[in-house]
Design a protein around this ligand. Structure first.
Ligand code: SAJ
Length: 419
């Protein structure tokens, strides 16, 4: 099986297509975006990810990777398209369905189709199989179907693509084995075979596990604020227990995975997935809490201005999908607060991004929302000279608070009831 067609050239599809191409496969990357296709064919990238440009350039240079708007015949088809949420928190499977429909005319006996997109358990069996069989070929007999969910962390995609263990779920045993052979050509971690629905559930549960744990950390943070103690101390000391791992509290959970996937279970099993649902609500409620506390610091200030540090959903990435910063900004604006927003990584945001000095100028509160490393190097003695009111609200517990206090700041930390 030498020819591979990868549907979707995003955060997962492009790195996967490039790594496959540099491992000797003839890869066609397909995307609906003409600009993306053009960019990739020129050996360039349209997303920010360390090391990706080098691999794409090498893959295009080798002649093993091409990009196109249209699929072609291949031995293996990868589906790596988004599975976002609709406005009412239901799985939007339209991209997966469209991508699957588009490969149907090209399917031939012996082909393997691999779904990489995170999907509600049951998707391959109940949604993909009937679409693929419109080709007249039977899944499990004429063609093969597997789910191998991506599990890479944005910012470390190329390393994790190769080093992480993988779970490969097959519609039948042969499907799983065929998919395993493809991944074995570049994965250095262990590859575990299972059935297709188990693999779908494994992926959704990985992100749900993290969401529920972060929700617990956020809840403990709120309790600590009420108790007048510090979440940072509580988590650090509790984590000295060999079986405890309290996660990090913050302004909410963003990204296109952890804040999305648990809803798949809530949609499918509303009566059973109760803890999952509550965790989602707790994490989604954090931006409101951040805004309430910020408004307390602005009490009595006329025409308040807040300097917002960080738009990305987590530190050191340019990705602002589902970022809690977007909610915080919307809510503060609705309260009539003037905002000046900075992010060292994000480009092409709808929100105007300003240089740091302009943000600090005349501000009444410095609201740190994203744990970008760059912010650790801010000099509070310089910042304080520009601000109107020296208040720091650190929602990521990132900065050296002693230093900021010594410089003259009133420092408040999410999860800390200390004043
Ligand atoms: N966060 C906290 N507290 C924590 C950890 C994270 O508030 O203790 C926040 C972050 O600031 C961020 C969000 O949660 O807003 C999620 O960030 P993340 O770095 O934990 O995860 P993602 O969304 O970048 O990537 C996740 C990963 N899944 C797991 O770690 C279980 C990754 O392996 C998956 O491939 C990816 O989702 C995906 O595509 O599903």
């Amino acid at each position: 099986m030498k020819r591979i067609c990868v549907m979707g050239l995003g955060y997962i599809g492009l790195p996967t297509a490039s790594v496959l191409a540099t491992n000797g496969y003839q890869v066609l990357g397909v995307d609906v975006g003409a600009r993306i296709v053009e960019t990739v064919n020129a050996g360039n990238i349209h997303i920010e990810e360390p090391g990706l440009h080098t691999v794409v350039r090498a893959a295009i240079g080798s002649g093993n990777l091409r990009a196109s708007l249209e699929p072609e015949k291949a031995d293996v088809f990868f589906l790596a398209v988004p599975t976002p949420l609709t406005a009412d928190k239901k799985a939007d499977m339209s991209y997966v369905c469209q991508a699957t429909e588009r490969i149907v005319p090209f399917l031939e006996k012996g082909n393997l189709v691999i779904l990489e997109s995170t999907s509600p358990p049951g998707t391959c069996r109940d949604m993909l199989k009937p679409i693929l069989e419109k080709s007249g070929l039977e899944v499990g007999k004429d063609i093969y179907l597997a789910h191998c969910p991506e599990r890479v962390l944005p910012g470390k995609i190329l390393k994790e693509l190769i080093e992480n263990d993988r779970v490969v779920g097959g519609f039948d045993t042969l499907s799983a084995q065929l998919a395993r052979d493809i991944y074995a050509s570049f994965v250095e971690g262990e590859i575990f075979l299972t059935d297709v629905t188990t693999a779908e559930m494994v992926k959704v549960i990985e992100n749900t596990f993290r969401d529920v744990n972060i929700a617990l950390a956020n809840e403990v943070a709120l309790l600590c604020e009420s108790l007048g103690i510090d979440f940072g101390d509580v988590a650090r000391l509790a984590n000295r227990h060999p079986r405890v791992n309290v996660h990090t509290a913050g302004p909410g959970v963003g990204g296109h995975c952890i804040s999305v996937d648990p809803w798949f279970l809530v949609e499918q099993f509303p009566d059973t997935a109760k803890i999952v649902h509550l965790a989602r609500q707790r994490n989604d409620g954090m931006p409101h809490h951040v805004v309430e506390r910020t408004m307390e610091f602005l009490d009595g200030v006329e025409s308040p201005k807040v300097a917002v540090l960080g738009l990305a959903f987590k530190g050191n990435v340019d990705d602002m999908r589902e970022s809690p910063s977007l909610d915080v900004i919307k809510l503060l604006e609705a309260r009539g607060v003037t905002l000046a927003v900075h992010d060292p990584f994000v480009k092409n945001a709808d929100i105007d991004l300003l240089p740091l000095e302009t943000c600090f100028d005349g501000a009444d509160c410095l609201l740190l929302l994203t744990d970008h490393n760059d912010y650790k190097y801010l000099n509070p003695r310089q910042v304080i000279r520009l601000m109107r009111k020296p208040v720091l609200f650190d929602t990521r517990n990132l900065l050296d608070h002693e230093d900021w206090r010594e410089a003259g700041f009133i420092v408040r930390v999410l999860g800390s009831g200390r004043t």
